[in-house]
Write a protein that binds this ligand. Structure first.
Ligand code: VGL
Ligand code: ZN
Length: 217
């Protein structure tokens, strides 16, 4: 008993200009050239054509967002600070709502829904399900409304938003499959740790999409 394609939702995580070298993004992740985006779009299209529901997450920050180092005088990109007892990595300003760098690089018409996250200036939101303050997005409702039981995830970045979204999908009771070859991470060690943690959680890790054998997942 594997994935039933009609009950499978694909979550394409944060394929946005600012995370890519292709668009010379503010927080470009290594290995995100035009060929990478093409491969992600191809997989997304194929899964949609096979009958999966397809969703995207979109990092969508206000200019005064807590995660931007520029909003913390004296701090530098990638510093880690304490915000009300939570660990906050400080990033270059990225995915500012309405800007070019925040656009999703996959044909938007492919998506059954696009779930925005990170709009609250006071909380970061790596997960597509909820922010660091525990405020839920519409993701779980959207999946339930479509009777989704399993989720296939890939995108950017493996060690942050993909990891957090996969973990929450698992904790919300979905069967979860992560496609490593269609994802890229910010750091080598953090990416390796994220993949190990996902595996330990019972998330299925696969290298690439084998569409004909999807129901064996
Ligand atoms: C992400 C850092 C900051 C991600 C988003 O999409 O993984 N990383 N905001
Ligand atoms: Zn962000």
């Amino acid at each position: 008993m594997g994935l039933d394609i009609k009950k499978t939702g694909v979550i394409v995580v944060d394929i946005q200009g600012d995370f890519t070298t292709w668009k010379r993004g503010a927080l470009a992740v290594e290995g995100t050239d035009g060929a990478y985006i093409k491969s992600v779009e191809h997989a997304t299209r194929t899964l949609k054509e096979k009958g999966c529901k397809v969703y995207a997450t979109q990092d969508w920050h206000p200019p005064d967002h807590v995660s931007f180092y520029t909003n913390h005088p004296g701090k530098n990109p990638f510093d880690v600070i304490d915000v009300n007892g939570r660990k906050q990595v400080l990033w270059p300003p990225h995915c500012v709502m309405g800007t070019y760098g925040a656009e999703i690089l996959i044909e938007n018409k492919l998506f059954d829904a696009i779930v925005k996250k990170g709009q609250d200036p006071h909380f970061d939101s790596y997960s597509g399900f909820q922010d660091d303050g525990g405020k839920k997005t519409e993701m779980d409702e959207v999946l339930r409304a479509s009777h989704i039981e399993g989720v296939i995830l890939f995108g950017l970045a493996t060690d942050y938003c993909v990891f957090a979204t996969a973990k929450d999908a698992k904790e919300n009771g979905y069967r979860v499959v992560f496609i490593e070859g269609l994802s890229r991470g910010v750091g080598k060690d953090t990416t390796r740790n994220a993949i190990k943690e996902m595996k330990d959680m019972g998330i299925r890790i696969i290298e690439g999409l084998d569409i004909e054998n999807i129901n064996a997942l």
